[in-house]
Design a binder for this molecule. Structure first.
Ligand SMILES: C[S@@+](CC[C@H](N)C(=O)[O-])C[C@H]1O[C@@H](n2cnc3c(N)ncnc32)[C@H](O)[C@@H]1O
Length: 222
């Protein structure tokens, strides 16, 4: 008997995929309207992240303009607003951004609904991009990496495998991440080759049972 030809997966537009993640609670659930997953809520993961980013942001005499790219449910971002000159939360999901405009109010805070792979990014000193690129295809990551070069600092958080792995295997954008292909994102490695003056690992949280590591890296950009 002949094997049926394998159907190739047709990628959904990223906006549709992310809207569906929130509609169907594909990253889990709590009582809030939007939930960005355990990486955004587990205190063991969130608290050290907030502490280290606070330490970085408050190390400057003149506070920085911070762009939180893919801000999600804002459980982490909301803790950092007070350490920025201006804090711009960006996400691709319009309902989430409309919600945040009403739910989180501060003089130095604004939200924008943008596709960071397609649209111009807001101008700022420091980009926070936390557990976002791990969900995106290499073509989208490449486009974003080109724009990240405009920031002085990029603080990137990625969920990667525990051991040595082949970085940057391509995926279809959506709920899942490269871990399912035993891969993880490394922005300074091919095909992205993100050019930086300095790269410093700020934090690494090892998940149980070999389920990977959540790594936060500070890049000082040329
Ligand atoms: C796993 S959540 C992480 C949320 C938040 N950064 C955190 O760490 O709590 C990923 C977020 O990235 C957003 N996102 C994915 N692709 C995007 C794109 N191309 N432009 C803007 N936001 C995007 C999703 O809508 C989602 O809210």
């Amino acid at each position: 008997m002949k094997n049926k030809p394998k159907k190739s997966k047709i990628p959904w537009p990223t906006k549709k995929a992310m809207e569906q993640v929130y509609e169907l609670n594909l990253w889990g659930n709590n009582t809030a309207d939007f939930y960005s997953g355990f990486g955004s809520h587990n205190p063991e993961i969130v608290k050290p992240y907030v502490a280290i980013v606070k330490e970085f942001l408050t190390s400057f005499k003149n506070p920085l303009i911070v762009c939180d790219l893919g801000c999600g449910d804002f459980n982490t971002g909301k803790e950092l607003v007070k350490y920025a000159e201006k804090y711009i939360g960006v996400d691709i999901v319009p309902e989430l951004i409309a919600h945040h405009k009403k739910a989180f109010i501060a003089e130095n805070l604004e939200f924008r609904c943008l596709d960071i792979a397609v649209d111009d990014l807001p101008v700022g000193d420091c980009a926070l991009i936390r557990q976002v690129l791990q969900h995106l295809s290499n073509a989208e990551v490449e486009s974003i990496a080109n724009k990240l070069a405009a920031f002085k600092y990029v603080i990137l958080t990625e969920h990667v495998p525990n051991e040595n792995f082949t970085p940057n295997k391509d995926i279809i954008s959506g709920q899942g991440i490269r871990l399912k292909k035993q891969s993880g994102l490394h922005l300074t490695k091919p095909p992205f080759n993100f050019k930086v003056k300095e790269e410093k690992e700020l934090l690494s949280f090892n998940l149980d049972l070999g389920k990977g590591v959540i790594v936060t890296t500070l890049y000082e950009v040329f």
